[in-house]
Structures are given as structure tokens and as C-alpha cells.
Write a protein that binds this ligand. Structure first.
Ligand code: FE
Ligand code: FE
Length: 320
């Protein structure tokens, strides 16, 4: 179920056409990706009138069934043991060697099943987020901020299948969706908390107390988060020597940690640095979430601007 969109040849071709259009045309308006699922027939991506409270609807959105199946699988499987295995597998960074822009083009073959708000292509979401940030932070001092907007979901490459690139196409529930700590009690502030009852750690006395394997206020850096695209991209950035400042690294690493940044959960694990950085994660979240309803014009200049920023903050190629 997870990669229905990726295996749909028409969808992939449509998205590749869109990439070509970026290069050919001076200005284009990004269109919605068509997922070809009847349950999504009424789903509108570009909808400027969408109200704030209509985002992150996990009760009766047009994509409800998909989203619920997604979280039932994720919460059942995301145990300490599973996360340990995935960290070991993916943090060798021995899959492929490629540049950030190339990775962005790859990412474009993924549609995020966990997201009730959008069926936009990932490239469109990346550019929307970046451009929304750049409107508010146009100065050079914060030029890393729109760049973080552009790249923040690059870790979703983990869901792409391409043996030539060493990409094995993990299930979407192991790549996207909200994140949460493992190794301590699952908090009620998580979406669909009832599905944690099927997780092996739920009844494990090592892992099902308020602190579990952690010390009080040990800091999120010492916490093992559920595995997904946030942690993966954070590690890719750090281990490849990216020059993104700490604020940006927090945005990348914790942007899906909604129980913390939206609901104030898991405070027993955070330290002073986490609390200081929280405001930046929240600043970022506004753009990640609410720019999904924006319409967007992309020009050659826009693309050139971001390519230049990439070379300022990243080596030419990275180990993935
Ligand atoms: Fe994300
Ligand atoms: Fe995102």
C-alpha cells in the first residue's frame, strides 16, 4: 500500500514532465499530482481558502482511511528494536553519493500517505515551503532558513526504490508521519495513540515508564526518536559537514515531532537547548504546514537562487 503512488507509472511520468518544465519554462504554476485513488476524488490541494483548523485533521479528512492505516502500522512496528535496526542500516550512509539538487529531483517521486493536507509532489512542497519562508526572511543573515525549507523533507528518499542508487524503498510508515521518542512511555498527545497498544514496547517494563531508558531532562540529542526522514536527513547533514546552523538542524531533525512542538509533551526529556530551539522549530512548522495551500510561481531565477544556496551550505556531493 505504501508505495502505490511511486509504482504508478503515469504518476511518475507526470512528475518527471514537471521537472522538465522547471528547466524549460520561464515561469510555471505547479499543479496538483493526481494520485488516481477514488477516495481522493474530492481532495483539493491548492486551496487558498483552507482555514487553519482544517489542517492536520485526523478525524474525517478526505484521506482519512489511508492516514489511519498508516498510523496503525507505524505505531505497531516502531519499537526500540526496530529503530535500532533501521539506524544501523541507514546511518552507514553507504547507499549513494549525490548532490542536494539531484536528491530533490529524486524526492519528487514520493507522495506522503501520512499527510491529510496535501497530495502535492514533494518538489512542489519543497519549493512552496522555501518560498513562503523567503518572503518573510529575505535577508542574507537568514538565507539558510529558506534553504532548510527546500531540503527539509529530503530524507523521504528512504521511500524511493532505485537499486542503482542503493535506495530500497522502505514502507512509508517507516519514513514519514509524526515522530515520537521510543524507549519510554508513548504519550497520549500522539495521533492515534490507541495503536501503540499493538507495539512490542507497550508492555515492556524497560520502555513503558515516564522516563524509560532516559534520565530526566537528558536532552533530545540523547533520545532515540522513531525512525523517519527527519532523523535521517539530520544525520546526512551533520555527517557530510553541512554548514546549516543549529536552529536549522533542529528544524530538520524535529519538524515532525508534533507531540513536543505542538502539544508540549515529553518535556521530561528536553533540556535547556531544546527549549531555546523550540521557537525555531515552531517558526518553521508554520511554513511547512500552512504553505501547502499556496499557489506558486517558480522562475529560472528562483531555481538558480536555491542552487547557489545549496553550494554555500553543502559539499558538492553527499553520502546518503
Ligand atoms: Fe517532513
Ligand atoms: Fe514537509
Amino acid at each position: 500500500m505504501a508505495r502505490a503512488a511511486v509504482s504508478d507509472v503515469q504518476e511518475v511520468l507526470l512528475q518527471m514532465d514537471e521537472i522538465d518544465e522547471f528547466k524549460k519554462q520561464a515561469a510555471i504554476v505547479l499543479k496538483t499530482g493526481e494520485v488516481g485513488d477514488e477516495s481522493e476524488a474530492s481532495f483539493q490541494t491548492i486551496n487558498a481558502s483552507k482555514k487553519k483548523e482544517e489542517f492536520r485533521n485526523y478525524k474525517d479528512s478526505a484521506r482519512q482511511k489511508r492516514v489511519e492505516n498508516f498510523y496503525s502500522e507505524q505505531h505497531m512496528n516502531m519499537s526500540v528494536e526496530f529503530v535500532t535496526q533501521l539506524r544501523e542500516r541507514h546511518l552507514k550512509l553507504d547507499k549513494c553519493y549525490m548532490g542536494v539538487w539531484e536528491a530533490l529531483e529524486y524526492l519528487n517521486t514520493v507522495v506522503d500517505d501520512s499527510d491529510p493536507d496535501t497530495n502535492l509532489t514533494q518538489m512542489a512542497h519543497a519549493l512552496q515551503t522555501a518560498e513562503a519562508i523567503r518572503r518573510d526572511y529575505p535577508g542574507e543573515e537568514f538565507d539558510w532558513f529558506p534553504l532548510v525549507g527546500l531540503i527539509h523533507d529530503l530524507g523521504k528518499l528512504l521511500a524511493v526504490t532505485d537499486t542503482l542508487k542503493g535506495l530500497r524503498g522502505d514502507a512509508q510508515w517507516a519514513v514519514v508521519g509524526d515522530t515520537f521518542p521510543v524507549g519510554c512511555k508513548f504519550h497520549e498527545a500522539n495521533v492515534f495513540p490507541e495503536y501503540f497498544e499493538n507495539n512490542a514496547d507497550y508492555n515492556d517494563p524497560r520502555y513503558n515508564t515516564r522516563l524509560g531508558i532516559y534520565e530526566e531532562h537528558c536532552g533530545l540529542d540523547k533520545v532515540m526518536m522513531s525512525w523517519g526522514h527527519d532523523e535521517y536527513l539530520y544525520q546526512v547533514c551533520v555527517r557530510n559537514g553541512a554548514k546549516i546552523p543549529l536552529e536549522g538542524l533542529y528544524m530538520i531533525r524535529f519538524h515532525s515531532f508534533y507531540p513536543w512542538h505542538k502539544h508540549g509533551a515529553y518535556k521530561q526529556l528536553t533540556d535547556e537547548q531544546d527549549e531555546r530551539m523550540l521557537q525555531w522549530v515552531l517558526k518553521f512548522n508554520k511554513y511547512d504546514l500552512y504553505s501547502k495551500a499556496d499557489d506558486l510561481k517558480i522562475t529560472e531565477d528562483t531555481l538558480a537562487h536555491y542552487k547557489k544556496l545549496i553550494s554555500k551550505y553543502f559539499p558538492e556531493k553527499l553520502n546518503w
